[in-house]
Design a protein around this ligand. Structure first.
Ligand code: ATP
Length: 898
């Protein structure tokens, strides 16, 4: 069937749509069987074998495999003891299994999140409007289109009203395309010219429409170029890249240390060549925090999951990090800082007194009804109550009418033309039959007061200001006085935090062909003032942001006075701050904006385009901006912002797909909670680095010192691998789940270029490593040189002591890493993962150090009870040192890790 050229009747018949009710369940099933699902078969991900291979080929594992090969060769030519080979292979297997497991866990978590953030389609089925996932669409479905919607399948339009589509994702054309259901296409024309068609994956920028699905899945235009779909931004986050770099640098240091140790031992000649070589190579591997990259990924994923629970859905993983860097939150007002529950509190008709309660005059009733005629919000009576659908500003009008028993939609006049509302124009108009004179028409325009106000600036022809019934009651009033009065009343409403909506009208003899003058020469009727109270949590969230060194600013389409009044209530506006409105902003040069920006806490009457300028101006000052948005036109500023934040409820699909995070509850406080979570993730990664590196640094230096002073090597390669993978590797995973320290939101934001070692992390690593080195070497010395408990001192006894000490000390060091507080204050069992894994690690160590076969593998010997007591005492010293360090730091107001 040729959809473009076929008539609508032919298409409807083809899909057996006799009525305008949409498909029935049986038709849906039949259609799906015939034309398939609305899925694009994206390339399958790597299979298990490919995943394993991928991880095997990581540098770390390749080196380990080489070490394994070398030890196998050495075993073959010497004693035939393959224990080392087996151990090294086991470590490789553990590494690969853990990585593959964590990776698939991460992928599953992301897939679940992707579902949360995926768009929906609105369809008409069996006479009911329903919201479904786009992949449930079938050919023949009737889809509703409105501004901000992402189109879920290819459709032929049935109706359209000022419909504009962004087809850039399909054709690369960035100009909006005007679509029109009426257009007839007789021959095949290129995609861009198919004006009666709307395609899957494109976005509705403006207007409304309804269409019938004619192609789904791979048959759709987008499906045919399926490479574009399902593309997922993969790759690593900046922090992950930095960590990878760090790991590589450490590998080089460790390798250099290995070479140095090899040379020193060669020089002393006290270590057998084979052992010397093995140890040097293994040190190059062992002294690198193998588990660090995995823990970083886990921390990020866990952060993403946590944020989702707190209603912030991350669309872009790096945003987890960027959130921690945020220094400015530029937030919408309506619905984000306020409740979006608008209630009309005041009414004013020109020449009359302000209504605020009690009986409504006829004029006031007519004004409100006309407001409703110019609105798209509707209400349905359900289960004994009214359910209102639509834009909250318009919903306020409907709610008011319902409350006063004036809502009678059946009496509404038929709408002939609509010029839709958009937040740049800040008004909307409808044309309806004239209520009094048949054959004539009336334009009703509602919108922001300053766009409709009876000012000479807006009304160059000085029209009369009339009452709704057309009586020129105010003609005798001097116009100036009336304008002044209107403005005074408006300002009074706005200063009381009311959103003001004005209504104007004009009569028409006939419907104009050209609509460009439709909103000119209007007669002002009156205004309503509606209250939209701040959300309960806004003020506290603003406070938290301020303490955390983040500047909150309000950006709103509302009037400056209304905006300022609300901003004051929630402490975004403070004495000395400035409120700037759109027109003033557009007169400011970039330089002027740059010098004033820090003082401006409220932007009012701005258009989405202004938002982009505000983002850029802050970014020029090297600030990291989180910016909220909901409309189609917000997409550019959401993309430009460091953390583009879309509204989950009020937001359009276009805004969501341009954003990094989506707020499921549209709430400002959720942004602050997400920032707190971002900081927690970052700090936990720093804690992990402290935890792992202090052991790694200690290993390298202990080996070097042992070699240099001629004591021989305090550890064997296998022992080092054991410490890294089992002793501190396992508990380290639990740090990704550590809860936030209370001071986290009292610190300045994390600088983008700030080193992971900043704020004292390197010093803390140094303190801990020194304590490790001191205790390990002391143990080594005691075992090797001092006779205790009837055991003859010897090298392997020394190594066993050093091994037991560093193993236990580094395992329990995870408790030091957890927080700035004493480990006792934090609670031993509060982080279940850490508690469990620490016990597990300690248990494994006890088993390994007491089972002859395993002791053989680890190349250790039995200890006397006295040796054990000494080892355990020494192993506790580093924790004691850290506890004392924390007390001193806390006294001076510094943090252990922050
Ligand atoms: P914020 O940016 O704080 O979220 P907003 O996005 O609701 O606010 P706009 O939608 O741009 O702001 O509204 C700005 C002004 O436009 C309002 O003050 C009001 O006067 C007018 N307005 C809002 N909604 C409508 C509507 N449905 N019809 C006509 N005018 C409207």
């Amino acid at each position: 069937m040729k959809y473009r050229t076929a008539s609508l009747e032919q298409i409807k018949k083809y899909y057996q749509l006799e009525t305008d009710n949409g498909l029935s369940p049986s038709q849906i099933k039949a259609s799906r069987e015939k034309y398939g699902h609305n899925d694009f078969s994206t390339k399958a991900g790597p299979n298990l074998f490919q995943k394993i291979l991928h991880h095997l080929l990581e540098v770390m594992n390749i080196i380990l495999l080489l070490v394994g090969g070398l030890s196998a060769y050495l075993a073959a030519i010497s004693n035939g003891n393959y224990t080392k080979t087996v151990v090294v292979l086991l470590i490789v297997i553990i590494n690969v299994v853990v990585s593959v497991f964590q990776e698939s866990r991460a992928e599953n978590a992301l897939a679940a999140l992707k579902k949360l953030a995926s768009p929906t389609s609105t369809v008409l089925r069996s006479g009911k409007i329903q919201t479904i996932a786009p992949n449930e669409l079938v050919c023949g479905d009737i889809i509703e289109l409105s501004a901000g919607v992402q189109v879920g399948a290819d459709i032929r339009l049935l109706t359209s009203n000022s419909l504009q589509i962004d087809e850039s994702s399909l054709t690369g054309e960035s100009e909006p395309i005007d679509k029109n259901a009426e257009v007839e296409i007789s021959t095949d024309v290129p995609l861009g010219d198919q004006l009666n068609m709307v395609f899957s994956g494109t976005n509705v920028l403006n207007g409304t429409g309804r269409g019938i699905v004619i192609a789904v899945g791979k048959q759709s235009q987008m499906g045919q170029i399926a490479t574009l779909i399902g593309e997922q931004v993969k790759g690593k986050t900046p922090l992950q890249k930095r960590i990878d770099k760090l790991a590589k640098r450490l590998a080089i240091i460790a390798f250099a240390a290995g070479v140095l140790i090899f040379i020193i031992n060669l020089f002393y000649g006290n270590v057998p060549l084979v052992d010397n070589l093995m140890t040097a190579v293994v040190l190059g591997v062992a002294a690198v925090p193998e588990t660090l990259p995995v823990i970083v990924t886990l921390s990020l994923i866990y952060g993403v999951e946590n944020m989702a629970q707190k209603k912030a859905i991350i669309r872009n993983i790096p945003a987890v990090e960027t959130l921690g860097n945020a220094t400015v939150i530029a937030s919408d007002k309506t619905g984000t800082l306020t409740q979006n529950q608008m209630t009309i509190q005041k009414i004013w008709l020109s020449g009359q007194k302000v209504w605020s309660e009690g009986h409504l005059s006829d004029h006031e009733v007519t004004l409100l009804q006309n407001f409703a005629y110019a609105s798209n919000a509707t209400a349905q009576f359900h289960d004994g109550g009214w359910e209102i659908h639509g834009d909250p500003t318009e919903a306020a009008i409907i709610r008011f009418l319902i409350k006063h028993d004036l809502y009678h939609p059946e009496n509404s006049p038929k709408r002939i033309i609509e010029l839709p509302f958009d937040s740049t124009r800040k008004k909307m108009s409808v044309v309806i039959p004239h209520p009094k004179t048949p054959g004539r028409y009336m334009v009703l325009t509602k919108g922001a007061f300053d766009r409709l106000a009876p000012t000479s600036q807006h009304q160059p022809h000085h029209p009369q200001i009339l009452h709704i019934d057309g009586t020129a009651a105010l003609q005798s009033d001097p116009e100036e006085a009336l304008l002044l009065e209107a403005e005074n009343i408006h300002d009074d409403f706005a200063a009381n935090a009311l959103r003001v909506l004005a209504l104007s009208y004009k009569d028409l003899d006939e419907i104009p062909k050209d609509l460009s003058n439709l909103e000119e020469n209007l007669n002002f009727l009156g205004i309503v003032g509606m209250i939209d109270p701040p959300r309960d949590e806004s003020k506290a969230a603003v406070q938290e942001a301020r303490t955390a060194g983040i500047k909150p600013i309000m950006i709103t389409g509302d009037h400056a006075l209304t905006a300022k009044a609300i901003a004051k209530q929630i402490d975004i506006f403070r004495e000395g701050d400035r409120v700037v409105d759109g027109p003033t902003l557009s007169q400011m040069s970039n330089e002027e904006l740059n010098t004033k920006i820090e003082k401006i806490s409220v932007y009012a009457r701005v258009s989405p385009e202004d938002k982009l300028r505000i983002v850029k101006a802050w970014q020029e000052k090297e600030q990291i901006v989180a910016m909220t948005g909901d409309g189609v036109n917000d997409a550019p500023s959401l993309r430009a912002a460091d953390v583009g934040t879309a509204m989950g409820i009020a937001g359009t699909e276009v805004a969501k797909s341009a954003s990094d995070i989506v707020l499921a509850d549209d709430n400002f406080a959720t942004i602050v909670a997400a920032i707190r979570e971002g900081r927690r993730v970052y700090t936990n990664i720093k804690k992990t680095i402290y935890y792992l590196l202090s052991a790694n640094v200690a290993e390298i230096l202990t080996m070097l010192i042992g070699a240099i002073v001629g004591w021989g090597l305090p550890f064997t390669g296998i022992q080092l691998l054991y410490i890294n993978v089992l002793a501190d590797g396992i508990p380290g995973f639990g740090l990704s789940r550590e809860k936030a320290d209370s001071h986290l939101m009292e610190q300045p934001p994390i600088g983008v270029k700030e080193s992971i070692f900043s704020r004292g992390v390197s010093q803390r690593i140094a303190i801990c490593a020194i304590a490790f080195i001191f205790t390990a070497l002391t143990g080594f010395y005691i075992g090797k040189f001092i006779e205790i408990g009837g055991l003859t001192p010897h090298h392997q006894l020394g190594q066993t002591m050093a091994f037991v000490i560093l193993t236990i000390a580094s395992t329990i060091n995870v408790y030091n890493a957890r927080s700035n507080e004493s480990l006792f204050k934090r609670g031993i069992t509060t982080n279940k993962t850490i508690f469990g894994t620490t016990l597990l690690s300690l248990a494994i160590t006890i088993i390994f150090t007491n089972t002859p076969l395993l002791m053989n593998i680890l190349e250790i010997v039995p200890l006397s009870l006295t040796h054990w007591l000494i080892a355990i005492t020494l192993a506790l010293i580093p924790t004691l040192v850290i506890e004392v360090t924390k007390v001193i730091l806390n006294k001076t107001g510094k943090k252990f890790i922050g």
